[in-house]
Design a protein around this ligand. Structure first.
Ligand SMILES: *[C@@H]1O[C@H](CO)[C@@H](O)[C@H](O)[C@H]1NC(C)=O
Ligand SMILES: *[C@@H]1O[C@H](CO)[C@@H](O)[C@H](O)[C@H]1NC(C)=O
Ligand SMILES: *[C@@H]1O[C@H](CO)[C@@H](O)[C@H](O)[C@H]1NC(C)=O
Length: 435
């Protein structure tokens, strides 16, 4: 059984991680204990048996980190990201990015002082504090200039570094030993999905994606990753790890949309029956710890990293200035219907939509690991999964919900059951129960 062997492999990797030092107040090797698991799926993944609560705004005596402190464990357990092998829109440096823009109000008037290339990363934070401000490209982004495609920003094949595109790390102390590490991934362009062969729909200039690793006393507990406004939460110990350094979990960035998943293959989302799908594969592996901007955030202020773990980038946060406080959109406003680049379809919506808001608008003070929830999820559930959600289709490396039948004998019956549930509609129901 592929799945069973994989889980065994993951379990043995986890046990290979050395025990933690009691003297520093860390708990002994919690990875093999069940303490971190909530008792059933209907309970909130914020109340762990025997562990203190996670706090939105801890008081100073409840904090474990200093302002601007980047703890080594955040780096050690950072997710690595497989980009799509033929990705056309790669990560980009926000500093270079903003130099291709001026800012406009919602009504189309240019924000004074941003015309003629005057906008840069350090004065971004002094733009008017309104949500209706849009970074607006000075040239036609639709022609795929290099600053849109990030064509040169492929990860180094040896160490995974992207030399010219830093990730952004924002650490939020959640009190009582809990720490959230948010890794933000910036791409200049989001190429939206195709719907039944037509599209793309939902393109936008500027694309902020992110993952969250939630720690308790220096141990990773939960990993959440963004996908189309929703996302997936998993227990850290169940995720695939990087072979050469098995502390790092692996996530996969989908073609064009850069939505993040834990497995390879086709991932249907938002609409049923594979109408709308993302695709992931084992393309080049990005190690964001090689090049990142580090900050801590307390809900009110952002503090630049005192001591970035990369000596060559130490102090760079200060030269980037107060950019995180920019409250507007990181890309053009939805194109007018009269614009020849714009189009509309009943199923897919507009071809070009608004650029996104920045990292501080992504609910960093969250208590549940999920950023937000869909309208139908009125109980605000955020299910932390124990099982990898496999992709479907020929690229998939797993059986998806078919692994519920892993113990079925004889083998031929199991294979039939797995085949008929492999990505079928039935999976949706199995998934609800089995998670
Ligand atoms: C557009 O909006 C801005 C900010 O609200 C305002 O200052 C400006 O005068 C407006 N321009 C026009 C042409 O209405
Ligand atoms: C950004 O532009 C302002 C003027 O608008 C200038 O004073 C500042 O030095 C520039 N910063 C950088 C990093 O170029
Ligand atoms: C910064 O980190 C380096 C190595 O990680 C260490 O040698 C140095 O003392 C640290 N500096 C400060 C000011 O904490």
């Amino acid at each position: 059984m592929l799945v069973a062997t994989w889980l065994l492999a993951a379990a043995s990797l986890a046990s290979a991680i050395p025990k933690w030092d009691m003297e520093n107040g860390f708990l002994v090797d919690l990875l093999n204990e069940d303490k971190f698991e909530v008792e059933n799926v209907l309970k909130s993944p914020t109340r762990f048996k025997d562990l203190p609560p996670i706090l939105k705004k801890p008081k100073s005596h409840e904090r474990s980190l200093k302002e601007g402190e980047i703890p080594q464990y955040v780096i050690d357990y950072a997710p690595f990201v497989h980009l799509y092998s033929e990705e056309r829109y790669l990560p980009y440096d926000i500093k270079q990015y903003v130099e291709h823009f001026h800012a406009e109000f919602k009504n189309g008037t240019t924000v004074p002082g941003t015309e003629n290339g005057q906008l840069n990363i350090t004065n971004l934070g002094s733009l008017p504090k309104m949500s209706g401000v849009y970074l607006t490209a000075d040239e036609d982004f639709d022609a795929d200039p290099d600053w849109i495609t990030g064509i040169k920003n492929k990860p180094n094949l040896v160490n995974g570094e992207i030399k010219d595109a830093p990730a952004t790390l924002i650490i939020v102390d959640k009190g009582n030993g809990w720490v959230d590490a948010f890794w933000f991934y910036f791409y200049s362009f989001n190429l939206g999905p195709f719907v039944m062969g037509s599209g793309p729909y939902g393109n936008h200039v500027g694309d902020w994606e992110h993952s969250l690793v939630r720690f308790y006393k220096g141990k990773p507990v939960i990993v959440w990753m963004s996908a189309h406004g929703g996302g997936g939460a998993y227990y850290y110990k169940h995720l695939e790890k990087y072979e050469l350094d098995p502390k790092h979990p692996i996530i996969f960035s989908a073609r064009g949309t850069h939505a993040n998943y834990v497995s390879v293959g086709t991932h249907p989302h938002d609409l049923p029956y594979e109408i709308l799908c993302d695709f992931t594969d084992r393309g080049p592996l990005w190690n964001p710890t090689r090049n990142y901007l580090g900050y801590t955030y307390d809900g009110k202020f952002v503090y630049p990293a005192e001591n970035n773990t990369n000596a060559k980038h130490r102090g760079r946060e200060v030269t980037y200035g107060n950019w995180l406080t920019f409250t507007g959109h990181w890309g053009d406003k939805q194109l007018e219907s009269s614009d020849p680049r714009q189009s509309y379809s009943f199923i897919g919506g507009h071809k070009y939509i608004d650029g996104p808001k920045g990292p501080l608008k992504k609910n960093l003070l969250r208590i549940v690991p999920c950023e937000r929830h869909k309208w139908w999820n009125f109980w605000n559930g955020c299910n932390v999964r124990e099982n990898i959600k496999w992709g479907i289709g020929v690229e998939s490396e797993g059986y998806n919900c078919g692994n519920v039948f892993a113990n079925v004998r004889p083998k031929w019956l199991r294979m039939i059951l797995q085949q008929i549930t492999w990505g079928g509609g039935f999976c949706f129901f199995v998934d609800l129960i089995y998670g």
